[in-house]
Design a protein around this ligand. Sequence first.
Ligand code: PMP
Length: 393
Amino acid sequence: MTTPIRKKGRLSDAVQNIQPSGIRRFFDMASTMDNVISLGVGEPDFVTPWKVREASIDSMERGYTAYTANPGIYELREAISSYLDNQFSTPYDPETEIIVTVGASEAIDIAIRSTVNPGEEVVIIEPGFVSYAPIVSLAGGKPVSIGTKKENEFKVTKEELEAAITPNTKAVMLCFPNNPTGAVMTKEDLDPLVEVIEKHDLLVLSDEIYAELSYDQKHYSFARLPGMKERTILISGFSKAFAMTGWRLGFVCAPADITAAMLKIHQYGMMCASTPAQYGALEALRSGRDDVERMVTSYKQRRNYIVKSFAEIGLPCHVPGGAFYAFPSIEDTGMSSDAFAEGLLQEERVAVVPGNVFGEGGEGHIRCSYATSMESLETAVQRIGRFIKAHST
Ligand code: PMP
């Protein structure tokens, strides 16, 4: 007799209650078509700098193929510590306050799981990265959205934050520079939030993965604000600044008690991040500054081009101060963001992501990644312009 396969109740309620990412649908559609220009993917169009790849190859040639310490190789944690201090004036102790993770993705997961109890609320600033709300839900927490506004350049205000807080609020998830809006918040923009965070005794989960990709001023880390380091979990990684998405390497920094809690989840769930990837990342921090600067200069040129060109074709777009996304408004076309993105793909073979997938405040916009060649951007702009003309009433 064979064991009956369980048909009912195979899946957890938590996983059944979350939806697959809305971005995927467009990639799947685009992948069946020819001649598509993709402004859809959220990753650098550069290959990882050679020195970084070489260091990783070298580590394997030397036979460094075993597990590392759970929080990552010590030299790498030290290098992360100096990097954060030098670049963002936010020093962390490599011994007790830093964990090397499997991408910023794992950092987000362990930050949420180590701090949120079932029923506690996490305020999420939207439009925002698609993982936050599902991960909060999987942890048994309750995501509470704040929809930022284009009139405020998609920054969150003190009043909006205050209005979202209840007695159950545990933490606020911030992400600046932002995916998908490209919004940045300066020290002056962040300052007023401190009062609300202190008043309600909140934690801050600050995803600063796009910190290096800040075009108009140096990034200001949330943890640098007076009194905020004690309340902040800083999430970052190598994917964007060093063009290392496929390496799956990030890091998370927090006060020692929270780091110790996150380390328990990391050690049981992951053991450690990939060893060859850690050696590559060490080289990235040691010698990759010129490469970062070269890539940032190139993104900035493309940012300037896309903002100017969108204005010329009648697509209103606030100037994104960071990341590599433009988030223009398509409200004047009268189409929903889904209809616009689907129509643009079918009729003009340009893949963008509809703003509604990024949560509250995203409808009426599309996300266009400009991390692609100038030639592709020029053709994409022409095609989008033609699409808007054909649909203008
Ligand atoms: N946070 C944000 C805001 C992102 O856009 C991304 C990737 N698109 C991540 C985290 C995940 O990055 P990683 O590749 O380091 O997991």
